[in-house]
Design a protein around this ligand. Structure first.
Ligand code: URP
Ligand code: ZN
Ligand code: ZN
Length: 468
């Protein structure tokens, strides 16, 4: 691979925006500055574009068994959608099988990804079976470059669900092992009870998915997980925060000086409870957990992103076809596989609804999509930065691009998009992973199998530093 010189663009990082050229040699950025001489480099005029570090999405579910089926996107179609969204690296959830080991989960996910990934990737391990040998095994993840695990407080009655004692012990073990614990915070017991009562009444439609998972069950579990982390003296990350009451728990922890990281997702800004109540069975297309909320939650979530109580914006891309998959729950909403596609729309949604509406700066946009993800998940400044020595993961962002989302122009493998008909103002024009062009103007250019596993190592920031 040779040298590439981007000239005439505006560099936008988490810290600021300025006019500069960017020089790439082989897979790395070698210089960022004014009037760089490329020494024979291929020059790319990027006037009018914003030059940003490649986006990172640390919350995806590719080729994952869930809800009695398997996600519609595998690592080929899923990472095509990733690249088309301006994202150059994902961290996907490798699921421990019942009776299986954590290393086994990593091996299985490595096989799924290896020949198909278009972009770079890492793994979190979702712990589902905390046996004694798994407790002994957990610390070995750090040496494999897997710096995070996930525990589910929800999904009672499935192998994913964990009791508090397991969550607590994982927090204790992870703290000593240099591993960050991610938590799906919803009270699984209360949800199971409310679901049972709803079905007994004959309430089977998709909207009962949200009505049996009210904001309080998310807030209660968020507060509980944070307090358990406090007792264990461990940092914690709450994924997919959907509502104001859960965010309040995080804010209070930050005020106490506790190290709590938190993520929110595009679906909680683009959609609401009313989408679950769409005519017929269409609401099934909007079933995810935590569920879509009332719009009254949004100002608090925007403020959370702005002040840093929510540091990262992940997609929680977990795609299922409507036909044959979402339809599994036609007679019983609890059987609708949970999850939405969104990896392609994540950045465009945040730009359109956040930056264009003046709710976030372009620098906060880069922080939430890239730099904070790299810092928190332990790969900064290799990823998430436009500095000499960093991987040449670059998005050329066109603030004037107009895209109307429709299932026909999506790059994943799903038979619908929840964003159908939604207009985005601004999007990626070209996307480079380690200096290789993977996407340009609607077309995938990269090679499947060219993505690489990225080793990560976690170091917690303390107290209020976790806010920003
Ligand atoms: O509905 C969702 N979020 N599906 C994906 C699994 C999870 O809980 O993250
Ligand atoms: Zn979850
Ligand atoms: Zn998820």
């Amino acid at each position: 691979m040779g040298r590439l010189l981007f000239t005439g663009g505006t560099v936008v990082t988490a810290e600021g925006s300025y006019q500069a050229d960017v020089l790439i040699k082989d897979e790395k950025i070698v210089a960022v500055g004014k009037d760089l001489s490329g020494d024979g480099a291929e020059t790319v005029d990027v006037s009018g574009k914003l030059v940003m570090p490649g986006f990172i999405d640390a919350h995806t579910h590719m080729d994952m068994p869930f809800g009695g089926t398997v996600t519609a996107d595998d690592w080929a179609t899923g990472t095509a959608a990733v690249a088309a969204g301006g994202t150059t690296m994902i961290i996907d959830f490798a699921l421990q099988e019942e009776g299986g080991t954590l290393a086994g989960a990593v091996e299985t996910w490595t096989e799924k990804a290896r020949d198909k990934a278009l972009i770079d990737y890492g793994f979190h391990v979702a712990i589902t079976d905390l046996r004694d040998d798994v407790k002994t095994e957990l610390p070995s993840l750090a040496a494999k470059g897997i710096a995070s695990v996930k525990i589910f407080m929800a999904y009672k009655g499935t192998p994913l669900y964990s009791e508090d004692d397991d969550l607590f012990e994982v927090l204790q073990l992870s703290k000593d092992a240099g591993v960050l614990v991610l938590v799906h915070a919803e009270n699984g017991d209360v949800i199971a009870k409310l679901q049972e009562q709803a079905l007994a009444r004959g309430d089977i439609a998709p909207r009962f998915h949200a009505l049996t998972r009210p904001p309080q069950v998310e807030a209660e579990a968020t507060g509980r997980a944070i307090r358990l982390a406090e007792v264990a003296g461990a940092p914690i990350l709450i994924v997919h925060v959907s509502c104001a009451p859960a965010l309040e728990e995080i804010h209070r922890a930050h005020e106490r000086g506790q190290t709590v990281y938190a993520e929110t997702c595009p679906q909680y800004f683009a959609f609401s409870y009313s989408d679950l109540a769409r005519e017929g069975f269409q609401g099934a297309k909007y079933v995810c957990s935590p569920p879509l909320r009332d719009e009254s939650n949004r100002p608090a979530l925007w403020n959370g992103l702005k002040v840093g109580d929510l540091q990262i914006f992940g997609s929680d891309h977990c795609s299922f076809n409507y036909e044959g998959q979402k339809e599994l729950g036609k007679e019983d909403f609890t059987l609708i596989p949970n999850g939405l596609p969104g990896v392609e729309e994540r950045a465009m949604a945040l730009w359109t609804l956040g930056v264009r509406k003046g709710r976030l700066s372009e620098n906060q946009f880069v922080a939430a999509l890239s730099t904070n993800q790299a810092r928190i998940y332990g790969m900064y400044p290799k990823k998430g930065a436009l500095v000499p020595g960093a991987d040449a993961d670059i998005v050329l962002w066109d603030p004037e691009l107009s895209v109307m989302a429709t299932v026909e122009n999506r790059h994943g493998n799903v038979d619908y998009t929840p964003y159908e008909g939604m207009a985005f103002d601004g999007g990626p024009a070209s996307v480079y992973v380690r200096g290789r062009l993977v996407y340009r103007d609607g077309e995938i250019m990269g090679e499947h199998g060219s993505g690489r596993f990225v080793e990560r190592s976690f170091t917690a920031t303390r107290g209020l530093e976790a806010r920003v």
